[in-house]
Design a protein. Structure first.
Length: 258
C-alpha cells in the first residue's frame, strides 16, 4: 500500500489532483472499467476520458482490470464499450481472468508491444508460474471463446439480461420500493435506492437489512443472487426465458411484502 494511491471512483477532480501532485512517480493507473466489486458502477465517460488523457500526458500506463467485465459485457470487453463513446480510446494494458478460462483456473494480461517487450525472453522482467499457460485450462478457455464468438451471442445475452433488469425494475416500482438497476451485456447490478450510485461510499449507504431480506427471500424462492450488496450479477447463456420469468415473479411478491 505504501506505493499505491487509492482514489474515489468517478471523481475527476481528485484524479487530476493526484496526477498534479504525483504525476512523475505514477507508473500506472488501474481501473475496473465497470466496477463489479461495488455491485455495478460504470466509470463515467468524463472520468475514463480524463484518465486516458492524464496517463498519456504523464507517461503512466492505463491498466484496465477486465477480470470481471472481460467477455461478459461484450466480446471486446468494457474497453470496446468505451471506445464507442470516446474516439480512439484504448488502455495500455488489460488484465483478464474468469471467463477467459471457461471455468478453468486461467488468467492473462496483455499490453501494447512496447510494454510486452519488457517481458522475458525479450526483456528483463521475468514472469512465470507452475500453471502459466496450462494446456488444459487454455484449451478450455479457447473452446469457450469460440462458442461466445458466434454471431448474435451477445445480442441474445444482453436481451435476456435486460428482460431481467426491466422486470425487476417494474416489480419494484409497482410495489413502491426505491430501486435502480443497470446492465451491460450479461453483467448487471441493482440497488435499493432511487438513483444509481457513482462510487463505493454511496453503494455502501444501501440498507443492508433490506438487501439481506431480499436476498434470503429470493433464495427461499430458488433464486441465488450475488450474496452481498457490493457484488455484481451475471446472466449466462444457460439461463432460459423461464428462469428469468420465475425470477421476476418471485421478486414481485417479495417487493410487495417490503
Ligand atoms: C475485477 C477483479 N479483478 C481482480 C480479481 C482478483 O483476481 P485474483 O484472484 O486472480 O487475484 C478479481 C477477483 O474476483 C476481480 O473480480
Amino acid at each position: 500500500m505504501q506505493h499505491t494511491l487509492v482514489l474515489e471512483y468517478n471523481n475527476v477532480a481528485q484524479l487530476e489532483e493526484a496526477f498534479a501532485l504525483h504525476g512523475k512517480e505514477l507508473a500506472c493507473l488501474m481501473i475496473e472499467p465497470i466496477a463489479g466489486n461495488m455491485n455495478f458502477v460504470r466509470a463515467s465517460i468524463p472520468f475514463m476520458r480524463r484518465a486516458r488523457e492524464l496517463c498519456t500526458e504523464h507517461g503512466a500506463l492505463l491498466v484496465l482490470d477486465e477480470v470481471m467485465t472481460g467477455f461478459r459485457v461484450a466480446l471486446g470487453g468494457a474497453q470496446s464499450v468505451y471506445a464507442k463513446q470516446i474516439p480512439g480510446f484504448a488502455p495500455d494494458m488489460t488484465v483478464m481472468g474468469k471467463v477467459i478460462g471457461g471455468g478453468m483456473p486461467l488468467a492473462a494480461f496483455g499490453a501494447k508491444r512496447s510494454v510486452m517487450e519488457h517481458l522475458a525472453p525479450l526483456g528483463t522482467v521475468y514472469q512465470a508460474g507452475t500453471l502459466s499457460g496450462n494446456p488444459v485450462a487454455t484449451a478450455c478457455g479457447l473452446a469457450t471463446l469460440r462458442l461466445i464468438s458466434r454471431p448474435g451471442f451477445y445480442d441474445a445475452l444482453a436481451a435476456k439480461t435486460q428482460a431481467l433488469t426491466h422486470g425487476l425494475l417494474a416489480a419494484a416500482t409497482s410495489a413502491g420500493v426505491p430501486f435502480s438497476v443497470d446492465s451491460e451485456g450479461g453483467m448487471f447490478g441493482f440497488f435499493l435506492m432511487p438513483d444509481l450510485p457513482q462510487n463505493y461510499s454511496t453503494v455502501m449507504q444501501t440498507d443492508s437489512k433490506r438487501f439481506n431480506h431480499l436476498f434470503h427471500s429470493m433464495l427461499d424462492a430458488g433464486v441465488y443472487f450475488a450474496p452481498a450488496l457490493y457484488e455484481a450479477g451475471f446472466v449466462s447463456a444457460a439461463h432460459t426465458d423461464a428462469d428469468i420469468a420465475h425470477t421476476v415473479d418471485a421478486a414481485k411478491s417479495i417487493f410487495a411484502s417490503m
